[in-house]
Design a protein around this ligand. Structure first.
Ligand code: SAM
Length: 235
């Protein structure tokens, strides 16, 4: 099957709508992908669904595409957040990319007691989420929040959002089959502190991801897989 280029644009989409392309888009389509006038692609903006479109003008510094027809309505992700403690830059980017592909609705970097990396570039992480959503066929990219301290996050927590507390010390603990909004909590390389663990165990559902200690990035992927399989849009 021919690969179809999918592009997120911050512009209204509709039948016959012309959409200007900025320099980055033009470089990607016409230089990197070697596309030209008359070639087809897909556009989405997170609001108006996914549209088949055709390149009307191709230039070095910009271009124009025209929407032809609606291909699909927006696909809302299941209501699950991933709250994780940032780790090394490339591994944090991996977490954001995989969480997007696995259908997280929101990604929340949280600063816990033992978080050893607090240099989080939200704009860079959001760009990774955008690239992942273009690649994986979703139309709504997850919002990457500004980093928040664990205590502040818990203080303002809305009780209707259930917590899946991934605890490597738990001997057992499975995800209950309760629908509704959820959030997955993954700790840093050093794990959650005793205080944090006690708080999460009290308000959340403690879940084991098996008898081995997983790296935080592996744990994020495993937890989202488990959640999606039981409660999310895989069922
Ligand atoms: N502090 C731990 C240690 O060094 O023994 C390791 C923490 S682990 C690298 C990072 C996070 O991944 C944990 O805080 C937990 O949220 C999650 N995690 C890793 N393995 C897990 C498991 N088997 N079950 C549940 N959660 C796990």
């Amino acid at each position: 099957m021919k690969h179809v280029v999918r592009l997120y644009v911050d512009h209204p989409l509709g039948a016959g709508q012309t959409v200007p392309l900025d320099r980055d888009h033009a470089n990607r389509l016409f230089n990197v992908m070697r596309m030209g006038e008359g070639d087809g692609l897909r556009l989405f903006n997170g609001r108006d669904g996914e549209w088949a479109a055709t390149v009307a003008q191709a230039g070095k510094r910009g271009g124009v595409v025209v929407c032809e027809g609606l291909v699909a309505e927006d696909r809302m992700p299941a209501d699950v957040w991933l709250c994780f403690a940032p780790i090394k830059k490339d591994r944090t980017e991996f977490i954001v990319e995989k969480a997007t592909e696995l259908g997280a609705a929101r990604i929340v970097p949280m600063i816990t007691r033992f978080t050893n990396s607090d240099r989080v570039r939200v704009d860079r992480l959001q760009a990774h989420a955008l690239a992942a959503i273009e690649q994986c066929g979703g139309t709504i990219q997850p919002e990457v929040s500004e980093p928040v301290k664990f205590d502040a996050l818990m203080r303002d927590w809305a009780s209707e959002r259930r917590i899946m507390f991934c605890d490597e010390t738990a001997e057992a603990g499975v995800l209950p089959e309760q629908p509704g909004p959820w959030a997955i909590f993954i700790g840093p390389e050093g794990g959650f502190s005793d205080d944090e663990r006690a708080q999460l165990a009290e308000v959340g559902h403690t879940v084991s991801l098996g008898p081995r200690i997983l790296r935080a990035d592996t744990a994020a992927v495993a937890a989202l897989t488990l959640w999606q399989q039981k409660l999310g849009d895989w069922v």
